[in-house]
Design a protein around this ligand. Structure first.
Ligand code: ADP
Ligand code: MG
Length: 231
């Protein structure tokens, strides 16, 4: 099954050409989207979610045009980077809001909060959360309602070494249970073993795409210029 299909996808913000003809088919499983800052990764995610209207070209999310059929998003969880939250609300109120927006029940909020280590903070106001806790809250929101597809934009940013291992383990376990992931990360090594497919987006275009094991060598080269490897 294909989770995202894009064909000649363009997205401009005024004079800024964030996406300039992205054609890609992302299969189920775990896909890593990599590339330099400002390359268009987050824009691609938002267009694929139907949050931005494409300037040109087509995109399908789980087989539907997400702009015309926002219900395609019902079974999709998202963690944005940076996460944005209404500061006056509590973590629990925020996660309830997310669950309702997705038409999901609120019965798994406690479990998911415990999974991400923010259970004790659920009834505190978000403006008292540390940056690590905000990251955990944004990750938790993507898992609420156990969606079949989960987008994580820079899930490892602002996390310490142990937390990184913990988050990767959660993703691994959910992947094993049959969930699909699209993960945008410039810290990709921890996810390398879990990745089925990889897409490098640079300058608003797909620079490289394919089964991760086939492209991992190229990915290495892309991120480590020969002049720096000392070889
Ligand atoms: N909402 C927006 N309005 C204007 N420009 C934007 C917007 N979102 C992204 N951009 C621009 O589009 C380009 C791609 O950004 P982005 O998709 O965030 O890249 P990445 O996630 O790969 O770092 C950048 O030049 C960025 O400044
Ligand atoms: Mg980004």
């Amino acid at each position: 099954m294909t989770v995202i299909r894009a064909e000649n996808l363009h997205k401009y913000f005024g004079p800024i050409r964030a996406l300039q003809g992205v054609t890609v088919e992302i299969p189920e499983g775990l896909t890593l989207i990599l590339g330099p800052n400002g390359g268009g990764k987050s824009t691609f995610m938002k267009v694929a979610l139907g949050l931005y209207k494409p300037t040109k070209g087509r995109v399908e999310l789980l087989g539907k045009d997400p702009w015309r059929h926002p219900e395609a998003r019902k079974n999709v969880g998202v963690a944005f980077d940076p996460g944005r939250f209404p500061k006056m609300t509590t973590g629990r109120e925020w996660l309830e809001f997310i669950a309702r927006g997705r038409g999901a029940g609120t019965d798994d909020i406690e479990d998911i909060a415990r999974l991400f280590g923010i259970h004790d903070a659920l009834d505190r106001r978000i403006d008292g959360y540390s940056s690590g806790m905000l990251k955990r809250l944004s990750l938790a929101q993507a898992f609420i309602g156990k969606p079949e597809l989960i987008f994580l934009d820079e899930p490892l940013a602002n996390l310490d070494f142990e937390s990184v291992a913990e988050i990767v383990k959660i993703v691994d376990r959910w992947k094993e249970s049959g969930k699909s992931f699209v993960i945008i990360s410039h810290i990709w090594e921890p996810f390398e073993k879990l990745a089925d497919y990889g897409v490098v987006i640079s300058g608003g275009k797909v620079y490289l795409a394919g089964p991760f094991e086939d492209i991992s060598g190229e990915v290495e080269k892309f991120f480590r210029p020969p002049s720096l490897t000392g070889g």
